[in-house]
Design a protein around this ligand. Structure first.
Ligand SMILES: [Zn+2]
Length: 108
């Protein structure tokens, strides 16, 4: 799932209302939105990054590795990946990483 981090975009479903959302962490900024933000103006909700000092476990390892490898842009994006996003439809605030993982698991 980390390839998307370099591309700067994840497509997830809201864990509450199941609307499709884009999580954007890239040159266009850090926000969540529904629909295709590249094609037209849509509502954008700012992402809330994690505090790097409060990262733990895998998140901390990835962040430390990115900094050690001289990849501050990747390190910054990781703080948003492990931060929170709000659904533009229902307003539910959720963990970006949790939603990415949930969407990576196929429905049985
Ligand atoms: Zn929602």
């Amino acid at each position: 799932m980390l390839d998307n981090l370099v591309q700067g975009e994840y497509e997830v479903e809201c864990l509450d209302c199941e609307v499709s959302l884009f999580i954007v962490l890239g040159e266009d900024g850090f926000f969540s939105c529904s629909d295709d933000y590249a094609l037209r103006d849509v509502e954008r909700t700012p992402l809330r990054p994690a505090d790097p000092a409060e990262l733990e476990g895998l998140a901390k390892q990835l962040h430390d590795r990115a900094l050690a490898d001289g990849q501050p842009v990747v390190a910054l994006r990781l703080t948003y990946l492990f931060g929170r996003a709000a659904c533009t439809d229902c307003g539910t605030v959720f963990s970006v990483a949790d939603s990415v993982v949930a969407n990576a698991i196929p429905d049985w």
